[in-house]
Design a protein around this ligand. Structure first.
Ligand code: SF4
Length: 346
């Protein structure tokens, strides 16, 4: 039977300390490994040349590998967006989307294969839940695309609900922001969530990353129609929690609002949304709905979106219309579906 392999990427410094202890290496070897993994970005244990030969052999004997996995496939949009397919979980692959935009280069990463939240407007939600990604699989998305070195921002807005995979999410954020990791400012990272309350509080308490909340309607009953999760995590409770935190500087709070024709694009909605968000330091991102097979929802017209944006701005809520990217390769918001991987082992 083949020995199970254990990726080193995805391990925090504490995790690497445990590996060092297990392999009879000195404590400081954890810092050396972190540097090779996250700064030098090596792809093979033999490249960690300041570890002794014996230590490298022991790592291999214990089943450790670097754990880097190249994308299984890619699709390139005419607008420069690139969608990458990675091995995921539960026999289903996941997708990451690289979005170049002038001096910014953003990677939209997935945190789960599929999703439990079942939002009616989302392809990922349609496919059900197949499993959470490990921290190694999350970090691998950032390390193994060809554009890795030029990334300026990470958004957890790909497949899955990041707060439904909190331990791996927190480890990945620690790796991205720690001095021994990528040493990124947390301001380069945004976590998008439906607002899983307890986990959201931990994210706010334990990290300094930006937060984006999927709201999509200011009316709880209407929101529940699109997002069944409203019943478990009412938006009013999410807003109450957010009011306990300071978003006036350093950390940004935004709300994601996908616009559906005749459903949530009326002046009544913009007025109520402004009323709900009053007093919160935040901005609203208006997102064009990308039609998905089998959905009866339609995109709001550009005129309605502009009118909605102007109405929010007039009521003191900063709102912008997010540019749609990668629609021709099914990489835009709500369109990620991955694919079944018949060869994958769950
Ligand atoms: S929109 Fe986000 S939370 Fe909702 S089903 Fe899709 S991936 Fe899950």
């Amino acid at each position: 039977m083949m020995k199970e392999t254990k990726p080193l990427i995805g391990l925090t410094l504490e995790g690497l300390r445990q590996v060092a202890a297990q392999c009879g290496m000195p404590k400081f070897a954890a810092g050396q490994m972190a540097r090779w993994l996250y700064e030098k970005r090596v792809t093979a244990i033999e490249e960690m040349t300041d570890l002794s030969k014996g230590a490298r052999q022991r790592l291999a004997q214990e089943g450790y590998i670097i754990g880097r996995e190249a994308p299984l496939g890619e699709a390139r949009s005419s607008d420069g967006t690139v969608k990458y397919l990675f091995r995921g979980a539960g026999g289903h692959d996941v997708e990451s989307v690289y979005i170049p935009d002038k001096e910014r280069a953003t990677l939209c990463v997935s945190s789960q294969a599929g999703c439990k939240m079942n939002c009616s407007f989302c392809m990922t939600g349609r496919q059900g839940f197949h499993g959470s990604l490990t921290a190694a699989q999350i970090i691998n998305q950032t390390l193994s695309i060809p554009e890795s070195a030029s990334l300026t921002n990470i958004v957890f807005m790909g497949m899955g609900e990041p707060l439904d995979n909190l331990p791996a999410l927190l480890d990945a954020i620690e790796i991205m922001t720690a001095k021994w990791g990528f040493a990124w400012s947390p301001k380069r990272i945004t976590v998008s969530s439906i607002g899983k309350l307890r986990e959201l509080k931990r994210l706010l308490d334990e990290t300094k990353v930006h937060v984006a909340i999927s709201i999509h309607s200011p009316y709880p009953s209407e929101r529940a129609g699109m997002m069944p999760v409203e019943r478990a995590y009412p938006i009013m409770e999410v807003l109450a929690l957010l009011r306990d935190y300071d978003f006036s500087h350093q950390r940004r709070l935004s709300f994601e609002y996908t616009m559906f024709r005749g459903v949530n694009d009326t002046p009544r909605h913009s007025h109520e949304l402004a009323r709900r968000l009053k007093g919160l330091d935040c901005r609203v991102n208006l997102i064009r709905f990308h039609e998905i097979p089998g959905s009866e929802l339609n995109p709001a017209s550009p005129e309605h979106m502009e009118r909605f944006r102007d109405a929010l701005n007039a009521e003191g809520i900063t709102a912008t219309i997010r540019a749609s990217r990668g629609e021709d390769i099914m990489a835009a918001c709500g369109m990620l579906a991955g694919k079944e991987n018949k060869n994958a082992q769950s």
